[in-house]
Design a protein around this ligand. Structure first.
Ligand code: NAD
Length: 375
């Protein structure tokens, strides 16, 4: 297969969809990789490293894409790069189907078959391909470092000759992949960590990382997990009880990190302005759900908002702040997925009966086939 990788442009993306390591493996499997010049620079992979690994470097996206069977991307390409994708090629990446329906339907009309990494099924066999998890893990880690950086005090307890520094109290809301890594990272930094989630399975996971679990554990909570392991939208009654509990807990916290998401829906609002106001001056909040509407009132996209002496960090792309590692893991996710759309002779030939392929495909045979992108 001939595979193109463009320089990412959407949302100032720093990640790249291949690394020298995956290029070597792709070339070893007989694929030909063409990378647009400069595509890996922001992630510390110079063109030379790609070339040495076995890729060829093209001056433009158009030259990289000419005649390829597939394009690997992080974000959906835009402008000239989007137009450069050859008709009938495959496009694989984190294409944000819920946000980019129109562009994806236009790709469908050109016969492009689009696969969304967002829809990798959460089954054991797909774990190595699961880009949401690989990136969420890094986002959770980075969220704690951003908070520690913005916080005017130390995280660990320190007993010094000049006096004792109290440990920071960190509260993590949403104990999925990102939240669990945030708990682990904050613990490693010496903070006192508590966490909440609406899925009962999260309780034990939080405890196993040394965090204290804080939640309204009523009948609704006990059934709040879908078969896929995701959260359900909670009733207004539950939300009110949860908000009351959180409001009491939050006044004693120094740092709050929110990661709560419900697939296909706007992020649940967990913290209102009043709760922010109730926190001590100097407290820091980080909203990982800011791109999906935000968990925290007052969070602003890609900014640190200041509200009554508290900082609310709203960076949308936290994995992109660790571009080298994020790219390495993401590129491996794509490498692991590729065999599912490849015939034995190396040609592009998706196995449409495969549960993973069927879950990720957005467009095929000239049409949008996934509900998320049907017009
Ligand atoms: P996510 O990104 O969809 O959401 C983040 C967290 O927010 C979830 O834990 C969710 O329960 C929580 N949340 C939603 N609404 C909330 C609210 N009102 N208050 C508090 N928390 C709320 O979740 P995720 O990180 O993708 O993980 C979801 C589950 O899937 C986890 O159990 C994870 O371990 C599991 N998982 C399984 C696999 C696999 O088996 N291959 C891979 C990845 C994740």
């Amino acid at each position: 297969m001939k595979i193109a990788v463009f320089k990412e442009t959407r949302n100032a993306e720093t990640r790249v969809a291949v690394t020298p390591d995956t290029i070597k493996k792709l070339a070893g499997a007989g694929h030909e990789i063409r990378v647009e010049a400069g595509a890996g620079l922001a992630a510390d992979f110079p063109d030379e490293a790609f070339r040495e690994a076995g890729a060829s470097i093209a001056e433009t996206a158009q030259q990289a894409a000419a005649g390829v069977d597939a394009v690997f991307c992080v974000r959906l390409p835009e402008g000239g790069s989007l137009a450069a994708i050859p008709d009938n090629a495959a496009l694989i990446g984190l294409v944000a189907p819920h946000d980019n329906g129109e562009e994806i339907r236009q790709l469908a009309a050109r016969g492009v078959e689009v696969f969304a990494c967002e829809f990798t099924p959460r089954i054991t066999r797909a774990q190595s391909m699961d880009a949401l998890s690989s990136q969420a893990n890094l986002a959770g880690y980075r969220a704690v470092l951003e908070a520690a950086h913005a916080y005017g005090r130390a995280f660990p307890m320190m007993m010094t000759a000049a006096g004792t520094i109290a440990p920071a109290r960190v509260f993590v809301m949403g104990a999925g992949v990102a939240g669990l890594q945030a708990i682990a990272t904050a613990k490693r930094l010496g903070a006192q960590v508590s966490a909440t989630d609406v899925r009962p399975a999260a309780k034990e996971q939080v405890a196993s990382l040394g965090g204290k679990f804080v939640a309204v554990e009523d009948e609704e909570f006990k059934e709040a997990e879908t078969a896929g392991g995701y959260a359900k939208e909670m009733s207004d009654e539950y939300k009110a009880k949860q908000a009351k509990l959180v409001a009491e807990h939050i006044t004693k916290q120094d740092v709050v990190i929110t990661t709560a998401l419900i697939p296909g829906r706007p992020a649940p609002r967990l913290i209102d302005a009043e709760m922010v106001a109730s926190m001590k001056p100097g407290s820091v909040l980080v909203d990982l759900a800011v791109e999906r509407g935000g968990n925290i009132e007052g969070a602003e996209l890609d900014r640190i908002a200041q509200k009554d002496g508290k900082s609310i960090i709203g960076y949308a792309n936290l994995p992109g702040r660790l571009p080298a590692d994020a790219s390495s893991l993401y590129a491996k996710n794509l490498l692991a997925f590729l065999p599912l759309v490849t015939a034995e002779d190396g040609a592009y030939a998706p196995d449409w009966d495969d549960e993973i392929v069927a879950g990720m495909v957005l467009t095929k045979g000239g049409e949008a086939v996934h509900d998320a992108v049907k017009g």
